[in-house]
Design a protein around this ligand. Structure first.
Ligand SMILES: Nc1ncnc2c1ncn2[C@@H]1O[C@H](COP(=O)(O)OP(=O)(O)OP(=O)(O)O)[C@@H](O)[C@H]1O
Ligand SMILES: [Mg+2]
Length: 113
């Protein structure tokens, strides 16, 4: 199992969601976050407090999948998110050792799918 985390531009989210649904990926968690990539946010001190500026709104999508769904999921995110501009986003893929469905106690592949 893998955990996929994608940071994308908010205005691309509806398109990414459509592509994910078309790829039969229906389970996801979505949150509004702020972030920066290689163009860099930065911090500075303001009246004694360290403040971070230049962090732009992004959408974070978290999806846990069985291994055979990694490629279609990543491809769907890219199809929906890519405009060719800086800030199009980034995708992280992590090993996921376990998943448990609370209602049934199912674990692993049974619980994730
Ligand atoms: N190394 C990282 N660690 C954590 N979050 C990151 C990292 N890189 C990017 N992100 C998140 O992904 C968002 C989108 O990144 P972004 O697309 O700007 O990447 P980039 O490396 O700057 O590429 P580009 O040059 O295409 O803009 C960032 O705003 C941030 O939320
Ligand atoms: Mg960037």
């Amino acid at each position: 199992m893998k955990k996929i985390e994608a940071f994308i531009q908010p205005e691309q989210f509806e398109k990414v969601k459509r592509e994910l649904f078309a790829a039969e990926v229906h389970k996801m968690s979505v949150s509004q976050v702020r972030g920066c990539g290689q163009q860099r946010g930065y911090t500075e001190s303001y009246r004694g407090q360290v403040v971070t500026i230049n962090l732009l709104p992004k959408i974070k999508i978290e999806i846990a999948v069985n291994d055979n769904f990694v490629k279609p999921t990543v491809e769907a995110i890219i199809r929906g998110a890519r405009t060719g501009q800086i800030g199009d986003g980034k995708i992280f893929i992590m090993d996921l050792p376990e998943c448990i469905r609370v209602r049934t106690g199912e674990t692993g592949s049974l619980a994730i799918g």
